[in-house]
Design a binder for this molecule. Structure first.
Ligand SMILES: NC(=O)c1ccc[n+]([C@@H]2O[C@H](COP(=O)([O-])OP(=O)(O)OC[C@H]3O[C@@H](n4cnc5c(N)ncnc54)[C@H](OP(=O)(O)O)[C@@H]3O)[C@@H](O)[C@H]2O)c1
Length: 106
């Protein structure tokens, strides 16, 4: 189910091209982690958001994402801007808008 959701979302709807910058929110979750890897497989430059430094580290070191942004950091907007200096071409919105709602600390 998670794989099918990610597959359809990335390959049927998002359709990233090689060289696109793709943002995947909740990239450490079940669907997001797969979507992020599929977008990488399509040749995109992939940025993931996740809650906490440990998850963000996992995104870049284990899953091979190009950058990770901690949505709980106060300055997450700055980190996202730094990770995407040329802008974002595609967004796999997976968590109801962590980039538009105030992230909570827990
Ligand atoms: N699993 C499926 O088979 C399936 C099928 C169809 C659709 N979906 C949908 O796909 C989405 C992700 O599902 P999932 O199964 O991957 O869930 P999941 O593994 O539980 O991951 C969801 C992640 O969302 C992040 N999150 C939670 N609250 C948030 C908030 N307020 N703002 C921003 N991020 C928040 C959390 O990660 P961080 O704290 O690291 O950000 C959480 O780990 C959901 O909308 C779900 O309904 C899932």
């Amino acid at each position: 189910m998670t794989g099918l959701t990610a597959w359809i979302g990335v390959y049927d709807i998002l359709r990233p091209s090689a060289g696109d910058t793709v943002l995947v929110t909740a990239a450490g979750g079940a669907v997001g982690s797969l979507a992020a890897q599929l977008a990488k497989r399509a040749g995109a430059r992939v940025i993931g958001t996740a809650g906490g430094a440990e998850k963000c580290d996992l995104l870049t070191t284990r899953l091979g994402l190009d950058a990770a942004v901690d949505r709980r950091a106060d300055d997450w907007r700055d980190h996202l801007a730094a990770a995407a200096p040329a802008g974002i071409d595609r967004v796999f919105e997976n968590a109801g808008g962590p980039c538009s709602t105030r992230p909570s600390r827990s």
